[in-house]
Write a protein that binds this ligand. Sequence first.
Ligand code: CMC
Length: 431
Amino acid sequence: MAEKVVLKIKKKEIELPVITGSEKEKGIDISKLRASTGGYTTYDVGYKNTGATTSAITFLDGEKGILRYRGYPIEQLAEKSSFLEVAYLLIYGELPTKTQFTDFTGSISKHTLVHEDIRKFLDNYPERTHPMGQLSAMICSLAAFYPDSLDVNRGEEEVNDTVIRLLAKLPTLVSWIYKRSQGHPVIYPDNSLGYVENFLKMFFGYPTEEYKVDPIIAKAMQKLLILHADHEQNCSTSTVRIVGSSHAPLYAAISAGISALWGPRHGGANQSVIEMLQNIQSDGGDYKKWIEKAKDKKDPFRLMGFGHRVYKNFDPRAKIIKKASDDVLKKLGINDPLLDIAKNLERITLKDDYFVSRKLYPNVDFYSGIIYKAIGFPTEMFTVLFALGRLPGWIAQWKEMMTEKQPIGRPRQIYTGQTERKYAPISKRKK
Ligand code: CMC
Protein backbone atom coordinates (compact mmCIF):
# COMPACT_ATOMS: atom_id res chain seq x y z
CA MET A 1 0.00 0.00 0.00
CA ALA A 2 1.25 3.47 -0.84
CA GLU A 3 2.66 5.26 2.19
CA LYS A 4 0.72 8.26 3.46
CA VAL A 5 1.22 10.81 6.22
CA VAL A 6 -1.65 12.12 8.28
CA LEU A 7 -1.68 15.79 9.16
CA LYS A 8 -4.07 16.92 11.87
CA ILE A 9 -5.16 20.54 11.78
CA LYS A 10 -7.61 21.38 14.56
CA LYS A 11 -10.02 18.46 14.30
CA LYS A 12 -9.53 17.77 10.65
CA GLU A 13 -7.24 14.98 9.44
CA ILE A 14 -5.67 15.24 6.01
CA GLU A 15 -3.82 12.44 4.27
CA LEU A 16 -0.72 13.47 2.38
CA PRO A 17 0.90 11.08 -0.10
CA VAL A 18 4.58 10.17 0.27
CA ILE A 19 6.77 10.05 -2.80
CA THR A 20 9.83 7.81 -2.78
CA GLY A 21 12.91 8.40 -4.92
CA SER A 22 15.02 5.72 -6.60
CA GLU A 23 17.48 5.85 -3.68
CA LYS A 24 14.58 5.47 -1.19
CA GLU A 25 14.53 9.14 -0.23
CA LYS A 26 11.09 10.14 0.98
CA GLY A 27 9.19 13.36 0.51
CA ILE A 28 5.76 14.37 1.77
CA ASP A 29 3.77 15.62 -1.20
CA ILE A 30 2.14 18.88 -0.10
CA SER A 31 1.04 20.04 -3.54
CA LYS A 32 -2.65 19.93 -2.49
CA LEU A 33 -2.04 21.28 1.03
CA ARG A 34 -3.55 24.76 0.64
CA ALA A 35 -6.62 23.49 -1.12
CA SER A 36 -7.30 20.74 1.42
CA THR A 37 -6.58 22.79 4.56
CA GLY A 38 -8.34 26.01 3.61
CA GLY A 39 -5.17 28.06 3.09
CA TYR A 40 -2.41 26.63 5.30
CA THR A 41 1.02 26.88 3.79
CA THR A 42 4.41 25.54 4.93
CA TYR A 43 7.17 27.65 6.46
CA ASP A 44 10.79 26.73 5.74
CA VAL A 45 13.18 29.67 5.47
CA GLY A 46 16.20 28.78 3.36
CA TYR A 47 14.33 25.68 2.06
CA LYS A 48 16.18 23.49 4.55
CA ASN A 49 13.45 20.81 4.38
CA THR A 50 11.84 21.55 1.05
CA GLY A 51 12.18 19.38 -2.02
CA ALA A 52 11.48 21.75 -4.90
CA THR A 53 11.45 19.11 -7.62
CA THR A 54 12.09 15.50 -8.48
CA SER A 55 15.24 15.10 -10.54
CA ALA A 56 17.05 12.26 -12.29
CA ILE A 57 20.36 14.08 -12.71
CA THR A 58 22.43 14.05 -9.52
CA PHE A 59 22.18 11.95 -6.38
CA LEU A 60 23.73 13.23 -3.18
CA ASP A 61 23.67 11.62 0.24
CA GLY A 62 25.06 14.19 2.65
CA GLU A 63 25.15 11.79 5.60
CA LYS A 64 27.16 9.15 3.75
CA GLY A 65 29.22 11.57 1.63
CA ILE A 66 27.94 10.15 -1.70
CA LEU A 67 27.78 12.10 -4.96
CA ARG A 68 26.74 10.55 -8.28
CA TYR A 69 25.96 12.05 -11.67
CA ARG A 70 23.28 10.00 -13.47
CA GLY A 71 24.24 7.05 -11.23
CA TYR A 72 28.00 7.23 -11.80
CA PRO A 73 30.10 7.84 -8.65
CA ILE A 74 32.00 11.13 -8.72
CA GLU A 75 35.22 9.28 -7.82
CA GLN A 76 35.02 7.20 -11.04
CA LEU A 77 34.14 10.15 -13.23
CA ALA A 78 36.93 12.32 -11.77
CA GLU A 79 39.43 9.53 -12.34
CA LYS A 80 38.39 8.21 -15.74
CA SER A 81 36.24 10.67 -17.63
CA SER A 82 36.71 14.07 -19.27
CA PHE A 83 34.79 17.27 -18.60
CA LEU A 84 32.99 17.24 -21.95
CA GLU A 85 32.02 13.60 -21.53
CA VAL A 86 30.56 14.45 -18.11
CA ALA A 87 28.81 17.47 -19.63
CA TYR A 88 27.22 15.16 -22.22
CA LEU A 89 26.20 12.71 -19.51
CA LEU A 90 24.54 15.40 -17.42
CA ILE A 91 22.77 17.13 -20.30
CA TYR A 92 21.64 14.13 -22.36
CA GLY A 93 21.36 11.48 -19.62
CA GLU A 94 23.85 8.83 -20.82
CA LEU A 95 27.55 8.59 -21.50
CA PRO A 96 28.08 9.24 -25.24
CA THR A 97 29.00 6.67 -27.87
CA LYS A 98 32.08 7.45 -29.94
CA THR A 99 29.98 9.02 -32.73
CA GLN A 100 27.84 11.01 -30.33
CA PHE A 101 30.93 12.35 -28.61
CA THR A 102 32.64 13.27 -31.87
CA ASP A 103 29.52 15.15 -33.01
CA PHE A 104 29.19 16.87 -29.64
CA THR A 105 32.81 18.04 -29.38
CA GLY A 106 32.81 18.92 -33.09
CA SER A 107 29.82 21.24 -32.72
CA ILE A 108 31.30 22.84 -29.60
CA SER A 109 34.51 23.60 -31.52
CA LYS A 110 32.49 25.30 -34.26
CA HIS A 111 30.97 27.82 -31.85
CA THR A 112 33.94 28.94 -29.74
CA LEU A 113 34.15 32.43 -31.22
CA VAL A 114 32.14 35.22 -29.63
CA HIS A 115 30.80 38.28 -31.44
CA GLU A 116 33.40 41.07 -31.69
CA ASP A 117 30.98 43.50 -30.03
CA ILE A 118 31.24 41.42 -26.84
CA ARG A 119 34.94 42.23 -26.78
CA LYS A 120 34.05 45.90 -27.08
CA PHE A 121 31.73 45.59 -24.06
CA LEU A 122 34.62 44.13 -22.08
CA ASP A 123 36.88 47.01 -23.12
CA ASN A 124 34.62 49.44 -21.31
CA TYR A 125 34.45 47.90 -17.83
CA PRO A 126 36.29 49.73 -15.06
CA GLU A 127 39.63 48.09 -14.33
CA ARG A 128 38.64 46.57 -10.99
CA THR A 129 35.27 45.08 -11.98
CA HIS A 130 34.82 41.63 -10.44
CA PRO A 131 34.93 38.99 -13.22
CA MET A 132 31.73 37.31 -11.95
CA GLY A 133 29.76 40.52 -12.60
CA GLN A 134 31.20 40.74 -16.10
CA LEU A 135 30.56 37.08 -16.83
CA SER A 136 26.96 37.28 -15.71
CA ALA A 137 26.41 40.39 -17.86
CA MET A 138 28.15 38.89 -20.89
CA ILE A 139 26.16 35.66 -20.78
CA CYS A 140 22.90 37.60 -20.52
CA SER A 141 24.06 39.82 -23.39
CA LEU A 142 24.45 36.76 -25.63
CA ALA A 143 20.64 36.68 -25.84
CA ALA A 144 20.88 39.95 -27.80
CA PHE A 145 23.02 38.24 -30.45
CA TYR A 146 20.73 35.21 -30.69
CA PRO A 147 17.21 36.70 -30.53
CA ASP A 148 15.68 33.36 -31.63
CA SER A 149 16.61 32.03 -28.18
CA LEU A 150 13.79 34.17 -26.74
CA ASP A 151 11.18 31.94 -28.39
CA VAL A 152 10.03 29.55 -25.70
CA ASN A 153 8.33 27.33 -28.29
CA ARG A 154 11.38 26.74 -30.49
CA GLY A 155 12.25 23.16 -31.40
CA GLU A 156 14.63 20.76 -29.69
CA GLU A 157 17.36 21.37 -32.25
CA GLU A 158 17.26 25.13 -31.76
CA VAL A 159 17.38 24.68 -27.97
CA ASN A 160 20.39 22.46 -28.46
CA ASP A 161 22.09 25.18 -30.50
CA THR A 162 21.88 27.46 -27.45
CA VAL A 163 23.24 24.68 -25.22
CA ILE A 164 26.21 24.16 -27.56
CA ARG A 165 26.83 27.90 -27.88
CA LEU A 166 26.92 28.30 -24.11
CA LEU A 167 29.37 25.43 -23.62
CA ALA A 168 31.52 26.67 -26.50
CA LYS A 169 31.64 30.35 -25.62
CA LEU A 170 32.07 30.27 -21.87
CA PRO A 171 35.83 29.43 -21.94
CA THR A 172 36.39 32.17 -24.51
CA LEU A 173 34.49 34.70 -22.41
CA VAL A 174 36.21 33.72 -19.17
CA SER A 175 39.67 34.09 -20.68
CA TRP A 176 38.79 37.31 -22.49
CA ILE A 177 37.50 38.83 -19.24
CA TYR A 178 40.85 38.02 -17.65
CA LYS A 179 42.88 39.31 -20.59
CA ARG A 180 41.03 42.63 -20.69
CA SER A 181 41.43 43.03 -16.91
CA GLN A 182 45.18 42.81 -17.48
CA GLY A 183 45.13 45.18 -20.44
CA HIS A 184 46.39 42.33 -22.61
CA PRO A 185 45.15 41.42 -26.08
CA VAL A 186 42.62 38.62 -26.15
CA ILE A 187 43.63 35.25 -27.61
CA TYR A 188 41.26 33.73 -30.13
CA PRO A 189 40.15 30.11 -29.75
CA ASP A 190 42.22 27.36 -31.32
CA ASN A 191 39.78 24.70 -32.44
CA SER A 192 42.53 22.17 -33.00
CA LEU A 193 42.86 21.89 -29.23
CA GLY A 194 40.66 20.11 -26.70
CA TYR A 195 38.20 22.09 -24.57
CA VAL A 196 40.47 22.46 -21.52
CA GLU A 197 43.69 22.92 -23.52
CA ASN A 198 42.07 25.63 -25.62
CA PHE A 199 40.86 27.39 -22.49
CA LEU A 200 44.32 27.28 -20.90
CA LYS A 201 45.89 28.67 -24.06
CA MET A 202 43.37 31.54 -24.28
CA PHE A 203 43.86 32.29 -20.58
CA PHE A 204 47.63 32.01 -20.16
CA GLY A 205 48.93 32.42 -23.72
CA TYR A 206 50.21 35.52 -25.53
CA PRO A 207 49.89 36.29 -29.25
CA THR A 208 53.65 36.87 -29.29
CA GLU A 209 54.66 33.43 -28.05
CA GLU A 210 53.89 29.80 -28.62
CA TYR A 211 51.91 28.31 -25.73
CA LYS A 212 52.51 24.72 -24.76
CA VAL A 213 49.83 23.16 -22.60
CA ASP A 214 51.24 21.41 -19.54
CA PRO A 215 49.51 17.99 -19.39
CA ILE A 216 49.68 18.01 -15.55
CA ILE A 217 47.74 21.27 -15.50
CA ALA A 218 45.28 20.13 -18.16
CA LYS A 219 44.56 16.94 -16.21
CA ALA A 220 44.04 18.82 -12.95
CA MET A 221 41.68 21.24 -14.72
CA GLN A 222 39.63 18.36 -16.18
CA LYS A 223 39.25 16.94 -12.69
CA LEU A 224 38.29 20.26 -11.11
CA LEU A 225 35.68 20.97 -13.78
CA ILE A 226 34.18 17.48 -13.42
CA LEU A 227 33.95 17.86 -9.63
CA HIS A 228 32.06 21.12 -10.01
CA ALA A 229 29.77 20.03 -12.86
CA ASP A 230 26.56 19.52 -10.86
CA HIS A 231 25.36 19.45 -7.29
CA GLU A 232 21.57 19.06 -7.46
CA GLN A 233 19.35 21.81 -6.07
CA ASN A 234 21.95 24.21 -4.66
CA CYS A 235 21.50 28.00 -4.57
CA SER A 236 22.65 28.78 -8.13
CA THR A 237 20.93 25.77 -9.69
CA SER A 238 17.66 26.61 -7.96
CA THR A 239 18.11 30.14 -9.30
CA VAL A 240 18.59 28.84 -12.84
CA ARG A 241 15.46 26.71 -12.50
CA ILE A 242 13.36 29.50 -11.02
CA VAL A 243 14.43 32.10 -13.61
CA GLY A 244 13.95 29.56 -16.38
CA SER A 245 10.51 28.68 -15.03
CA SER A 246 9.32 32.18 -15.97
CA HIS A 247 10.31 31.24 -19.55
CA ALA A 248 13.05 33.84 -19.67
CA PRO A 249 15.72 32.77 -22.20
CA LEU A 250 18.30 30.17 -21.19
CA TYR A 251 21.04 32.81 -21.43
CA ALA A 252 19.23 34.88 -18.77
CA ALA A 253 18.74 31.84 -16.52
CA ILE A 254 22.45 30.94 -16.71
CA SER A 255 23.41 34.55 -16.12
CA ALA A 256 21.25 34.54 -12.97
CA GLY A 257 22.91 31.29 -11.85
CA ILE A 258 26.32 32.95 -12.23
CA SER A 259 25.13 35.84 -10.04
CA ALA A 260 23.91 33.42 -7.37
CA LEU A 261 27.18 31.51 -7.47
CA TRP A 262 29.16 34.71 -6.89
CA GLY A 263 28.36 34.97 -3.15
CA PRO A 264 30.93 33.81 -0.56
CA ARG A 265 28.45 31.40 1.01
CA HIS A 266 28.29 29.56 -2.32
CA GLY A 267 30.86 29.48 -5.13
CA GLY A 268 32.55 32.68 -3.97
CA ALA A 269 33.88 30.70 -1.02
CA ASN A 270 36.85 29.47 -3.11
CA GLN A 271 38.12 33.05 -3.42
CA SER A 272 37.36 33.74 0.27
CA VAL A 273 39.30 30.62 1.38
CA ILE A 274 42.55 31.81 -0.20
CA GLU A 275 42.00 35.33 1.11
CA MET A 276 41.40 33.86 4.58
CA LEU A 277 44.55 31.69 4.40
CA GLN A 278 46.56 34.71 3.25
CA ASN A 279 45.17 36.75 6.17
CA ILE A 280 46.15 34.02 8.61
CA GLN A 281 49.60 33.89 7.06
CA SER A 282 50.16 37.66 7.21
CA ASP A 283 48.82 37.66 10.77
CA GLY A 284 51.74 35.42 11.76
CA GLY A 285 50.24 32.03 10.89
CA ASP A 286 48.48 31.51 14.22
CA TYR A 287 45.67 29.35 12.80
CA LYS A 288 44.39 28.41 16.28
CA LYS A 289 43.47 32.05 16.90
CA TRP A 290 41.36 32.04 13.73
CA ILE A 291 39.63 28.82 14.72
CA GLU A 292 38.66 30.49 18.00
CA LYS A 293 37.38 33.50 16.05
CA ALA A 294 35.20 31.19 13.93
CA LYS A 295 33.73 29.63 17.07
CA ASP A 296 33.02 32.98 18.72
CA LYS A 297 29.35 33.78 18.09
CA LYS A 298 30.00 37.52 18.62
CA ASP A 299 32.56 37.49 15.81
CA PRO A 300 31.07 37.42 12.27
CA PHE A 301 34.12 35.49 10.99
CA ARG A 302 33.47 31.97 9.70
CA LEU A 303 36.02 29.46 8.54
CA MET A 304 35.58 29.73 4.79
CA GLY A 305 35.49 26.39 2.98
CA PHE A 306 33.95 24.69 6.01
CA GLY A 307 30.40 23.49 6.41
CA HIS A 308 27.73 22.57 3.92
CA ARG A 309 23.96 22.64 3.87
CA VAL A 310 23.76 19.04 2.72
CA TYR A 311 27.03 17.31 3.61
CA LYS A 312 27.08 16.28 7.23
CA ASN A 313 30.04 14.06 6.53
CA PHE A 314 33.14 14.72 4.44
CA ASP A 315 32.36 16.40 1.11
CA PRO A 316 33.50 13.66 -1.35
CA ARG A 317 34.68 16.36 -3.76
CA ALA A 318 36.96 17.82 -1.07
CA LYS A 319 38.61 14.41 -0.55
CA ILE A 320 39.45 14.14 -4.27
CA ILE A 321 40.61 17.76 -4.48
CA LYS A 322 42.82 17.46 -1.42
CA LYS A 323 44.67 14.53 -3.00
CA ALA A 324 44.82 16.31 -6.37
CA SER A 325 46.27 19.46 -4.78
CA ASP A 326 49.02 17.41 -3.14
CA ASP A 327 49.79 15.75 -6.50
CA VAL A 328 49.74 18.97 -8.52
CA LEU A 329 51.94 20.87 -6.09
CA LYS A 330 54.41 17.99 -5.98
CA LYS A 331 54.53 17.57 -9.74
CA LEU A 332 54.91 21.30 -10.32
CA GLY A 333 57.51 21.50 -7.57
CA ILE A 334 55.56 24.14 -5.64
CA ASN A 335 55.77 24.45 -1.88
CA ASP A 336 52.84 26.62 -0.84
CA PRO A 337 52.80 27.58 2.86
CA LEU A 338 49.06 28.22 2.52
CA LEU A 339 48.60 24.48 2.05
CA ASP A 340 50.24 23.88 5.43
CA ILE A 341 47.91 26.38 7.09
CA ALA A 342 44.95 24.70 5.38
CA LYS A 343 46.04 21.25 6.57
CA ASN A 344 46.49 22.55 10.12
CA LEU A 345 43.02 24.09 10.11
CA GLU A 346 41.56 20.81 8.93
CA ARG A 347 43.54 18.75 11.48
CA ILE A 348 42.42 20.86 14.45
CA THR A 349 38.79 21.29 13.42
CA LEU A 350 38.31 17.55 12.84
CA LYS A 351 38.92 17.09 16.59
CA ASP A 352 37.26 20.26 17.87
CA ASP A 353 33.86 19.76 19.46
CA TYR A 354 32.42 22.97 17.92
CA PHE A 355 33.03 21.64 14.40
CA VAL A 356 32.44 17.96 15.18
CA SER A 357 29.08 18.55 16.88
CA ARG A 358 27.89 20.75 14.01
CA LYS A 359 29.27 18.34 11.41
CA LEU A 360 31.36 21.05 9.77
CA TYR A 361 33.88 19.50 7.41
CA PRO A 362 36.03 21.02 4.66
CA ASN A 363 33.95 21.46 1.50
CA VAL A 364 34.87 21.52 -2.20
CA ASP A 365 36.10 25.10 -1.99
CA PHE A 366 38.59 24.47 0.78
CA TYR A 367 41.32 22.95 -1.37
CA SER A 368 40.31 23.96 -4.92
CA GLY A 369 41.83 27.44 -4.52
CA ILE A 370 45.21 25.93 -3.66
CA ILE A 371 45.28 24.11 -7.01
CA TYR A 372 43.98 27.12 -8.94
CA LYS A 373 46.68 29.24 -7.29
CA ALA A 374 49.37 26.66 -8.13
CA ILE A 375 48.24 26.65 -11.76
CA GLY A 376 48.59 30.44 -11.81
CA PHE A 377 44.99 31.66 -11.79
CA PRO A 378 44.50 34.95 -9.95
CA THR A 379 42.27 34.68 -6.85
CA GLU A 380 39.48 36.81 -8.35
CA MET A 381 39.06 34.30 -11.17
CA PHE A 382 38.43 31.29 -8.92
CA THR A 383 34.65 31.61 -8.78
CA VAL A 384 34.54 32.11 -12.54
CA LEU A 385 36.28 28.74 -12.86
CA PHE A 386 33.57 27.23 -10.66
CA ALA A 387 30.98 28.69 -13.08
CA LEU A 388 32.83 27.13 -16.03
CA GLY A 389 32.56 23.75 -14.33
CA ARG A 390 28.95 24.17 -13.18
CA LEU A 391 27.60 25.19 -16.61
CA PRO A 392 26.59 21.67 -17.79
CA GLY A 393 24.76 21.05 -14.50
CA TRP A 394 22.79 24.29 -14.81
CA ILE A 395 21.91 23.43 -18.41
CA ALA A 396 20.85 19.87 -17.51
CA GLN A 397 18.66 21.07 -14.63
CA TRP A 398 17.07 23.79 -16.79
CA LYS A 399 16.41 21.25 -19.56
CA GLU A 400 14.79 18.80 -17.14
CA MET A 401 12.57 21.54 -15.73
CA MET A 402 11.50 22.68 -19.21
CA THR A 403 10.96 19.14 -20.54
CA GLU A 404 8.71 18.34 -17.58
CA LYS A 405 6.81 21.59 -18.22
CA GLN A 406 7.12 22.58 -14.58
CA PRO A 407 5.07 25.56 -13.39
CA ILE A 408 6.56 28.94 -12.60
CA GLY A 409 8.55 28.86 -9.35
CA ARG A 410 6.75 31.07 -6.90
CA PRO A 411 6.98 30.42 -3.15
CA ARG A 412 4.41 31.61 -0.62
CA GLN A 413 5.06 33.72 2.48
CA ILE A 414 3.62 34.33 5.92
CA TYR A 415 2.95 38.07 5.99
CA THR A 416 4.09 39.74 9.23
CA GLY A 417 3.77 43.44 8.28
CA GLN A 418 1.14 46.09 9.12
CA THR A 419 -2.50 45.23 8.68
CA GLU A 420 -4.66 47.66 6.66
CA ARG A 421 -4.30 51.32 7.59
CA LYS A 422 -5.29 54.65 6.13
CA TYR A 423 -3.05 56.82 3.94
CA ALA A 424 -2.03 60.10 5.66
CA PRO A 425 -0.93 63.17 3.63
CA ILE A 426 2.72 64.20 4.29
CA SER A 427 1.67 67.28 6.31
CA LYS A 428 -0.23 65.08 8.76
CA ARG A 429 2.53 62.50 9.42
CA LYS A 430 4.21 62.35 12.82
CA LYS A 431 7.91 63.28 12.97
N1 CMC B 1 32.56 28.43 10.42
C1 CMC B 1 32.07 28.48 11.67
N2 CMC B 1 30.83 28.09 12.02
C2 CMC B 1 30.03 27.64 11.04
C3 CMC B 1 30.48 27.54 9.70
C4 CMC B 1 31.80 27.94 9.41
N3 CMC B 1 32.25 27.88 8.16
N4 CMC B 1 29.48 27.05 8.94
C5 CMC B 1 28.44 26.83 9.76
N5 CMC B 1 28.76 27.19 11.02
C6 CMC B 1 27.93 27.04 12.24
C7 CMC B 1 26.85 28.11 12.28
O1 CMC B 1 27.28 29.26 12.98
C8 CMC B 1 25.73 27.35 12.99
O2 CMC B 1 26.07 27.32 14.37
P1 CMC B 1 24.88 27.35 15.47
O3 CMC B 1 24.11 26.08 15.28
O4 CMC B 1 25.61 27.42 16.78
O5 CMC B 1 24.09 28.59 15.18
C9 CMC B 1 25.87 25.93 12.47
O6 CMC B 1 27.25 25.79 12.10
C10 CMC B 1 24.99 25.62 11.25
O7 CMC B 1 25.29 26.59 10.25
P2 CMC B 1 24.23 27.24 9.26
O8 CMC B 1 24.73 28.57 8.80
O9 CMC B 1 22.87 27.19 9.91
O10 CMC B 1 24.24 26.19 8.09
P3 CMC B 1 23.68 26.42 6.62
O11 CMC B 1 23.34 25.09 6.10
O12 CMC B 1 22.60 27.45 6.61
O13 CMC B 1 24.93 27.05 5.82
C11 CMC B 1 26.97 27.23 4.65
C12 CMC B 1 25.81 26.31 5.06
C13 CMC B 1 27.83 26.52 3.59
C14 CMC B 1 26.43 28.52 4.01
C15 CMC B 1 27.83 27.55 5.92
O14 CMC B 1 28.37 26.37 6.46
C16 CMC B 1 28.96 28.56 5.62
O15 CMC B 1 28.72 29.78 5.66
N6 CMC B 1 30.20 28.05 5.30
C17 CMC B 1 31.29 28.93 4.91
C18 CMC B 1 31.13 29.31 3.45
C19 CMC B 1 31.46 28.18 2.51
O16 CMC B 1 32.49 27.51 2.64
N7 CMC B 1 30.61 27.99 1.48
C20 CMC B 1 30.84 27.00 0.43
C21 CMC B 1 29.87 25.87 0.46
S1 CMC B 1 30.40 24.51 -0.62
C22 CMC B 1 30.32 25.15 -2.21
C23 CMC B 1 28.93 25.13 -2.71
O17 CMC B 1 28.44 24.07 -3.15
O18 CMC B 1 28.27 26.19 -2.63
